[in-house]
Design a protein around this ligand. Structure first.
Ligand code: FAD
Length: 364
C-alpha cells in the first residue's frame, strides 16, 4: 500500500465537501482507486490484488475515512463483496470475480430489506434454481455503493438455506433507485435495489444452501472491521480539526485549549481516538493471525469505534462552536457520518447483544 495514502490525498484534495453536497463521487476518482486494487486491498496477489494484511488495510481505511467517509463507505462495500466471494466462492468463482474487483469493477453487497433490517433472518428475497439458471426475486434497501456498482452481491433464501449471488447491475429485471438525500455519507451511492425475476446462470451463486445467519455473519465480518477502521479515521479528522482550532482561537484572553472545560473535550477526543485505534489493531491482528477470537474482536472493534466516533464528533463540534456550523466543514460532516456508523453493520444494540451472548458464554 506504499503511496496509496498520498494518492488518496491527491484525488480527494479539498473536494469531499462538494461530493457531500452533490451526493456524488466522480466516476474517475472511484475508477482510479479501483483500477489499482485500492478499494479492496485484501484481495490476494494471486488474483491480481494487493494482498494487504488486515492491519495495513485497516490503517489505509482509516486514512480514507479521515478524508471522506463516503469514499470509505464505497471501499467497505467493495472489500465486503470481495471477501464474500473469497469466503463463499469456489476456485472457479475466485478466478471469475476477484481479478475484476481488484482491477477496476465496482461492487456492492445487499442484505437489508424493507422488513428485514436488524432482523436479517426475516429476509424474503429468493434465489430459486431453474434448470441451469437461477431466478432472483426481492427488494433490497439502503445498499451502499449500489448507485456506482457494476455488480451487486445479493443475499437471499436458497432451498432450505441461503446463498449470495453476483448480480450484474445491468441484468434484466434489476432496478437501482438512489436513496434520496441521506443524512450522512451522502456521496456513498446508497440505493434501493429491486430484483424482478432476474435470471442468471447458476454459476453466479455463491455458497448455496448455507444457514442464512452463518452466511450473513461471514459477509458482515469484513464490513464491521472496515467500518471500525473508518471510524478511527473520523476520530483522527475530528482530533486534528479540534486541536488546531482550540490552539488558534482565543476567548477570554487565552486560547480555547487553555480553558479547562475545552481541554476536557480534547482529552476525551484523544482517549476516543486511541481507544478505537487499539481495539481495531487487536481485531486486525486476530484476522492476520487467523485467531478464533476474530469474530468477537471484530464486533468489539465496531462497537467501540462507532460509539466513540459519534461521541467524539459531537465533542469536536462543541470545541469548534459556530466554526463547525457550516455545512461541509470536516467536523460537521463527521458529526452526520459518524452517527450512521452506530446504525449499520449491526447497530449499537445488535453489537451489544452479540457481546452480551459472548460474555454469558465465557468460561468462568
Ligand atoms: P431496525 O432494525 O428497524 O432497528 C431500529 C432500532 O431498533 C435500532 O436502533 C436497532 O438497534 C433497534 N433494535 C432492533 N432490534 C432490536 C433488538 N432485538 N433489541 C434491541 N434493539 C433493537 N444494508 C445492506 O444490506 N447493505 C448496505 O450496504 C447497507 N448500507 C447502509 C448504509 C447506511 C448509511 C444505512 C443507514 C443503512 C445501510 N444498510 C445497508 C442498512 C442497515 O444495515 C440497516 O439500516 C441496519 O441493519 C438497521 O436496520 P433498520 O434500519 O431497519 O433498523
Amino acid at each position: 500500500l506504499a503511496g496509496a495514502a498520498g494518492l488518496v490525498d491527491d484525488l480527494v484534495g479539498d473536494l469531499a465537501p462538494g461530493w457531500d453536497r452533490t451526493g456524488l463521487i466522480p466516476d474517475e476518482v472511484l475508477r482510479a482507486l479501483a483500477a489499482r486494487g485500492l478499494l479492496c486491498p485484501a484481495v490476494p496477489a494471486a488474483f491480481g490484488g494487493l494482498g494487504a494484511s488486515s492491519l495495513a488495510n485497516g490503517e489505509f481505511t482509516a486514512h480514507v475515512g479521515s478524508r471522506c467517509s463516503s469514499l470509505r463507505s464505497v471501499m467497505t462495500s467493495q472489500g465486503m463483496a470481495a471477501w464474500t466471494i473469497q469466503r463463499l466462492g469456489t476456485a472457479q468463482q475466485h478466478e471469475d470475480y476477484l481479478p475484476e474487483l481488484a482491477g477496476g469493477r465496482l461492487a456492492a453487497v445487499a442484505f437489508s430489506e424493507p422488513e428485514a433490517g436488524s432482523d436479517l433472518a426475516a429476509m424474503t428475497t429468493t434465489i430459486e434454481p431453474d434448470g441451469d439458471d437461477v431466478v432472483i426475486r426481492g427488494q433490497k434497501v439502503w445498499t451502499t455503493a449500489a448507485h456506482y456498482a457494476d455488480m451487486i452481491v445479493v443475499v437471499g433464501r436458497h432451498g432450505s438455506g441461503a446463498a449470495a449471488v453476483v448480480v450484474p447491475a445491468s441484468a434484466e429485471g434489476v432496478t437501482v433507485r438512489r436513496v434520496p438525500q441521506p443524512s450522512g455519507c451522502r456521496a456513498a451511492g446508497h440505493a434501493d435495489v429491486r430484483l424482478d425475476d432476474v435470471r442468471l446462470p447458476a454459476r453466479a451463486v455463491l455458497g448455496g444452501g448455507q444457514p442464512l445467519m452463518l452466511l450473513v455473519t461471514t459477509a458482515l465480518a469484513y464490513g464491521r472491521i472496515s467500518v471500525a477502521w473508518g471510524c478511527v479515521g473520523i476520530l483522527r479528522a475530528c482530533l486534528d480539526a479540534a486541536r488546531g482550532h482550540a490552539r488558534a482561537r482565543r476567548q477570554f484572553g487565552r486560547p480555547l485549549a487553555r480553558h479547562q472545560l475545552v481541554g476536557r473535550h480534547l482529552a476525551n477526543l484523544l482517549i476516543a481516538e486511541q481507544t478505537a485505534t487499539r481495539v481495531c489493531e487487536h481485531a486486525s491482528r486476530c484476522w492476520d493471525g487467523g485467531s478464533p477470537d476474530m469474530v468477537v474482536a471484530t464486533v468489539l472493534a465496531k462497537q467501540v469505534s462507532a460509539v466513540q466516533a459519534a461521541q467524539g464528533a459531537a465533542a469536536a463540534v462543541q470545541i469548534l462552536g459556530s466554526a463547525a456550523a457550516h455545512e461541509g466543514h470536516v467536523v460537521e460532516r463527521a458529526y452526520r457520518d459518524a452517527k450512521l456508523m452506530e446504525l449499520i453493520e449491526g447497530s449499537t444494540e445488535i453489537c451489544q447483544m452479540i457481546l452480551a451472548d459472548h460474555a454469558v458464554s465465557m468460561a468462568a
